[in-house]
Design a protein around this ligand. Sequence first.
Ligand SMILES: [Zn+2]
Length: 592
Amino acid sequence: MAIADDDIERLRSTVSIVDVVAQFVALRKVGRNWVGLCPFHAEKTPSFNVREETGRYKCFGCDKSGDVFTFVQEHEHVDFVGAVEHLAAKAGITLTYTSTGQSRERARRKQLVDAMTTAVQWYHERLLQDPEARLARDYLRSRGLSGDVARAFLLGWAPDDWDALSTRSGIEPERLSATGLAFTNRRDRLQDALRGRVLFPIFNESGEAVAIGGRVLPGSTDPAKYKNSPETPIYAKSKTLYGLNWAKTDVVARGQAVVCEGYTDVIGFHRAGVTTAVATCGTAFTEDHVRLLKRYASRVVLAFDADAAGQGAAERFYEWERKHDMQVAVARLPGGMDPGELAQRDPAALAAAVEEAVPFLQFRLRRVFDGSPMRNPEDRVRVAERAMAVVREHPDHNVQRLYTGEVASQVGLTLGDLERVGRGRRQEQEAPELRRRRPPMENAEFAAIALLAQDWESIAEWLVEELFDDESHRRAFLALAAAEGDLEAAIAAADPAAREVLERAAVADLDIDAEAEARNLIAAAVRRQLARRVSTEEPERIRDDAEARVQLESLGPPISSTTAAEWLLAWLHRRMEHRSSGGIGRPSPSGA
Ligand SMILES: [Zn+2]
């Protein structure tokens, strides 16, 4: 142990555990205990108990327990020595270190952190007080970063001088160099590293100042828009996330962190009420960052253009998900705005984007669908190919299968056909005889009719006429339904176009999963109706459509989501009342 045992015991007896916990948790006295909401798990009724006599805490909800040191360790995410130092600083106790090597290293670290802290404070005062900082203040205000924000995030301003910090802050020259705040120029004089910039101080996760990022002001001739502290003994870029010191408690409580790219993005998120935002400091988001975040949460929401990170990005994200058991989701920011801009214009939309973040694969699929019109069969096949290429990047076969179902319902192809998309092409070139045996690519509506014609029981209960968009498919379905599955009777009764469909359906080569096809058909029909966007002011109708979107999300697989399927079939019926109902198994809803 690096700290003398005497010091630790002295601390234990001087520091009140109730006082320490009360800084973070509202405590109420109940009998001999103090009780409050547990800071380590989300709860609505208090089960976190603290007792002064024993100096210990215990949560009856999540079972966490310990003394004042473990509390600080867990809450501040520091090691034991860090917790002791934290408490000693607050109690005004000077610690004695027993191992000299370690003590020297720690002492040196502390010197540099102190120097950086002094610089941050000095620059902060310049921003708030210096008459010449007016331009900087105006600029920050124009970005929505006024006085209270500047104070909360300790923003600063570096005067446009060669050596203002070096000569006026009182920091020792050697420490100015060691922290990268200044460097020795060709005339052998100490020169400030940052000048004429607004400054964003960077803290490590324990809240120690370790670096500074600076942005030029508009109109500057300096070509480097951003300039950051170099790597130093107290600052490693790839292991530092801007904002983690402010965000970490909420990151733990919510189980997720929002990752963005810029200092102003983080501040924007905080102002929009999303207090879990952090940013990389002028580098890409790397595995080191994932490791760092994994200590606090197991889900990250990327709030930057993750797709633009290139083809390799997908591979990396899936790899991290597997290796670190870390879920990677993506927030879609409207209009391609960055979080900082959006926070200023529409903070609610920024918060909503985080709430509605989707898994990376789903995010990429939506990109494919949104960017591609599907006006004709050729379009659909093209979209199907692009979508399946995205799906196949995922290393997990089961995940692939589930998303293939989603693609099927969007493009209206069967799962079997989709499996062959892209891959099938190669096969067909190699083996033309195989191609002749396979039926031509048919759509999901036809597949459902074929299934109904050949294996009535497997799908009948899920089919209603509202699911069929194509007129001859719809009439073929109605003929088959009226004949209760008797194919010959249906063919005899059908009109020519419907008869042609039924005759093909009778001999189609089926290799499909009935439940999945039914689900896809329902989803496709619901999406079609939702996309019609009839403008309406009726609150009933708007609520009803919103509910349909929710039900659509919970529509399997597995089809244990029958309630969703039933609900959606009823909804379709309500929305398409003008048509006479032609359901088979499922009764038409009465409350339309
Ligand atoms: Zn708890």
